[in-house]
Design a protein around this ligand. Structure first.
Ligand SMILES: [Zn+2]
Length: 102
């Protein structure tokens, strides 16, 4: 662990908690409350083709005023299947918007 702790509040019961922040392997924060038991920690997932393409459209809309912006094309299933998804560090989340590469 390479991070540091700082004082914080539980968002559920407002008890004082220690918040742990780290910057390795990426920036993240976690905390747990000894009063109500709320645990906040990072999770990870990879988006499905449909979700990712929707976000690429939204990203294009956000970037359209930028000079030199080359709009992102939606991925085809074939392009999507070729993306490497090997990074795994945090707890994996199951949700209909995501999938777990195996
Ligand atoms: Zn709490």
């Amino acid at each position: 662990m390479s991070g540091c702790t700082s004082p914080g509040k539980c968002p559920n019961c407002e008890t004082d908690v220690e918040v742990y922040d780290d910057w390795k392997p990426v920036n993240y924060s976690m905390q747990n409350c000894v009063n109500c038991g709320l645990v906040l920690f990072p999770a990870q997932a990879y988006e499905t083709l449909e979700t990712l393409n929707t976000r690429r459209v939204e990203h294009n809309e956000m970037m359209e005023d930028e000079e030199d912006w080359v709009p992102l094309e939606p991925y085809t299933q074939e392009e999507f299947d070729k993306i490497e998804r090997t990074w795994c560090y945090f707890t994996e989340v199951e949700d209909e918007r995501f999938f777990l590469p195996k």
